[in-house]
Write a new protein. Sequence first.
Lengths: 338, 262
Amino acid sequence: MTRSRYLGWFLTATITLILGCGVAVTTGPAAVSLAQVMGSIGAHLGFATESVPILIDSIVWQLRLPRVLTAALVGAGLALSGAVMQSVTRNPLADPYLLGLSSGASVGAVCVVILGIGFFLPAAAFAGALLALVATLSIARVGGTITPVRAVLAGLAIAQLAGALTSFIIFWAAKGDSYREILNWLLGSVAGATWQSVAIAATAVAVVGTGILLSATRLDAFAFGDTSAASLGINVNRTRWALLGSVALLTGAMVAVSGSIGFVGLILPHLVRGVSGPGHRRLLPLVAVCGALFLVIADTLARTVFDPRELPVGIITAFIGVPVFILLIKRKKSHLWA
Amino acid sequence: MGVDLDQLSFAIDDTRILRDVSASLPTGSVTGLLGPNGAGKSTLLRLIAGIDKADTGTVSLDGALVGSLSRREAARRIALLEQNAAPSVELTVLDVVLLGRIPHRTKLMGSFGGIDDRAVAFSALEAVGAATLADRYWQTLSGGQQQRVQIARAMAQQPSLLLLDEPTNHLDVSAQLALLGQVRELTVTAIMALHDLNLAAAYCDQLLLLDGGRLVATGTPDEVLTPEIIGEVYGVDCFILQHPRGGHPVIVYSAATSKGNS
């Protein structure tokens, strides 16, 4: 694909994302117009705009906008994480959810929430994600190699264990609405998003995302495996662990604000590769934008389809993600990851 | 690029893989690396490429120690093709060959001046007679075509030393001959691990024969491929004839009997 066609795709996706966020903020039980959204945002950014009713303003600024932005940032972060994991582990099924990172991060997050030291939330989620990653890869490693299937099986075990731990901790500290809270952590939800969530997710996506983008060429070098990457001048071990550590950091931050949302990191890289090609300089920016768009749409569906009841967004991503996952497993080219 | 191996030894845990391997290979020569399975051929190639570090001993290229080069600097001089490599994503042939440009890119994002890289990639594809394959997907190529594209990828690295680990594996006879013929035509110093002694005799200037991690014979094909040495290393009985046209040795094996030969 030529550079101009790629830029065309990228701009289209970016504009769709911005419009999508706008529409998502107007969507919901209370009718809000796009003009009121613009007015509310403008007023908060210090521009003189037509005044917006206080109720509408607080719905936009306190509830919907932080939620939509959090969904967008989490989608971008998870899609980037999946793309990086798939490349450095050479495993098309790798993503933070399937390999247990998200569940591990949930355990860390729930621990500090229960202890009431929410300030450490992102750090604890990061520690949980990193622990889960190391555990999954060491279980999957037999005789020095990690096959994709063993990695997924090990991830499954770790995810189950971490999910049970999360539920156990919440029950043990039960106060009131534990079921709802457990569901939000296990299935993932951005319902409780605040501006603090936006800040955490934005910082992680900006900092870690930049680092990942700058490693695009090094990620390309892994296409034919470790020896080949080394012979192309890559410090294989250092690069792999730096990138996997970054993914754990990113996943930790995402889980801290939204629980473990599945399938975004798994399916988006596969879908986007079909458009951008496998080169990471093109894949990574587009996958981030598309991941953001995907989760904004999924979350809008989650809070409107069964209005006034709300689904955790993870249910929507699973409904979309599982069929795609099955298609990936069934695909003829499965010799790639036998 | 002239290659000097000086007293190379390598062990994994307590298992000695290579012991005191020394050799000197002149610039522009094609060297065959022979030996039974597990003799240490692949390990030796990885040491020469600087991917693994020798426990003792040194590898030098025109006097520069490989161990003192950074991975990137080494990758600009040495290209290694491993056995049976396959990509984990769908890549076109051009994508594969462009990977060879990675060590020449700027460190962070990689340069965006893709024109030069593409020109180098295309001339590498032409050098192996695969320019028409540029837009094909890697997975749709035959084994012989894949190997040729891999060599093009290595050539796009613009190395002065090319290392090949059993490049003729799984290829039919005509693809084997075509591939080795192409390696001979490239203007680089080449070292390739081979299983087929007859191919080694036909296409190599000199041979290194490894057995149990030790270098047991070096020299021209005529010097190394004798019935005595082959019998000792491989435990097979054979005759040496002379190729009617090329003049190089041709090894004819005697069928193994149930009593064995060694």
